[in-house]
Write a protein of this length. Structure first.
Length: 458
């Protein structure tokens, strides 16, 4: 049973895209120690069918083996940041389909930005089940003892999620604290009909991108929709520019504090960023990504650098008009070898009010049973389970999965690939300062480097 509660203290949730059964990301050697960024390195994921608890013919397990724990009961709270209509409906449907009717589930929802800004406070008194992100940001809070160990449910999830996702769900102590629910690709999104009506071609270089933008401006269309409320959208464009100009390994090392923010490589990124800013909606600080996406939906803007979750803003029946392409090549040495594909999922509080029900819910959320129901309401995203029904994927979902599968390297996102403290208190505000006044970049980078040395290397 589900009780849709009113908005309360911040709680996150998910959007995302799935790799096929044979293709899951494994941790990069350069980032494994910090749990930072995942390379594509697509490898076999699913194990043999799990027959624990029964014989190979489906008969009861031999006498003396452990019996399955009794089903949970009672109240369970689930934290969610899915405040937009389609994702919110998807989560509600998935929770409603939870097979244990003896558990009374309440979903507590707030907006994503508020959640992320207050995560440390929230984790002092969280919901039982908490939506969050894989990689560094999960490991950071697990190391502080703020999350519950859910290793016990992973044997049941291995066949659907595989070793790559398990690595992304593992803390510094080797225990699992996370269940991947979805992931999605970042790229430049556009309406196919707008491009077709104007005879525009997909750009393959940054020069072609700026030439396309000039054509859009001549037609009275803003080239790029842009909203930076919460400070994270600007990180997405920075990531695209950084790994296109300087490559995957430099990006990994910069996030880890091993490269300098005052280096010539980073200055080149911001010089390119400044050039492109003129092609974006003005005054993005304070504009939400949803407000910016409305310009893309209404064809007032031609493009938007964002994750595939932008599809959740399109009216029913118009999602098929949304497409995306990878950020174009800038440095031929690196080409298009990197794709940004954040993994979202679920965690358990360190001291949940109903641990048995929380573990049962988390195991369920890691399966196709839950994810297929979610996708029936929010077809802008793709499941992490290899058993999910991909036959119903729309063109955007199929392209997202193929893009990630074909990438040589896959990053998470700046605010997931580095220290939460550095991302929230340094990178986000300083990027917003740069957008407001690009001429202040020297002081901005000097401040970022000084704080990087304190936060990331001490």
């Amino acid at each position: 049973m589900t009780d849709q509660s009113t908005t309360r203290s911040p709680s996150p949730a998910t959007h995302g895209y799935s790799l096929g059964r044979r293709n899951f990301i494994k941790t990069a050697a350069g980032a494994a120690g910090a749990g930072l960024i995942l390379p594509a390195a697509l490898a076999a994921c699913g194990g043999d069918d799990d027959d624990s608890g029964s014989g190979s013919d489906g008969t009861a397990a031999p006498e003396g083996t452990a019996e399955a724990p009794a089903a949970a009961s009672g109240d369970l709270s689930v934290g969610s940041r899915l405040a937009n209509d389609a994702p919110k409906a998807g989560l509600a449907a998935a929770v409603e389909a939870f097979p244990n009717e003896d558990v009374n589930v309440s979903i507590n929802t707030t907006d994503s930005n508020t959640f992320q800004e207050n995560i440390s406070t929230y984790l002092q008194n969280p919901d039982d089940v908490i939506a969050w992100f894989a990689g560094y940001r999960m490991r950071f809070f697990a190391a502080q003892g703020l999350l519950g160990d859910i290793s016990s449910i992973w044997p049941a999830l291995d066949s659907e999620l595989g070793s790559g996702f398990k690595t992304a769900s593992t803390g510094d102590d080797g225990k699992q604290y996370f269940v991947p629910f979805s992931y999605y690709a970042w790229g430049i999104h556009y309406r196919k009909s707008l491009f077709e009506d104007n005879g525009w071609e997909i750009p393959t270089s940054v020069d072609e991108l700026t030439a396309l933008a000039a054509e859009m401006e001549a037609s009275g269309i803003t080239p790029f929709a842009f909203g930076n409320d919460g400070n994270w959208p600007a990180m997405g464009t920075f990531d695209q520019l950084n790994f296109r100009i300087n490559g995957y390994q430099f990006h990994v090392d910069l996030m880890a504090g091993k490269e300098s923010w005052t280096s010539d490589q980073v200055r080149e990124v911001f010089a390119t960023y400044e050039t492109l800013l003129a092609l974006h909606q003005e005054n993005p600080n304070g504009r939400t990504w949803e407000e910016a996406a409305a310009a893309l939906v209404n064809k007032e803007a031609g493009m938007m650098t964002i994750g595939n979750f932008a599809g959740s803003q399109f009216p029913e029946g118009e999602l098929e008009d949304l497409d995306f392409f990878p950020f174009p090549e800038i440095n031929p040495e690196y080409g298009l070898d990197v794709v940004e594909a954040p993994i979202d999922g679920w965690m358990m509080a360190a001291a949940p009010g109903n641990e048995a029900a929380a573990l049962e819910m988390l195991e369920y959320l890691g399966t196709a049973a839950a994810q297929d129901v979610y996708l029936s309401e929010d077809p802008s995203v793709v499941a992490t389970s290899s058993a999910a029904d991909t036959s119903v994927y729309n063109a955007l979902q199929q392209k997202a999965a193929e893009t990630v599968q074909n990438a040589e390297f896959v990053t998470q996102f700046l605010d997931r690939d580095t220290s939460p403290e550095f991302a929230a208190n340094v990178a986000g505000p300083r990027f917003a300062d740069f957008i407001s006044d690009p001429s202040s970049i020297d002081g901005i980078l000097e401040d970022m480097q000084a704080q990087s040395e304190v936060i990331l290397t001490t």
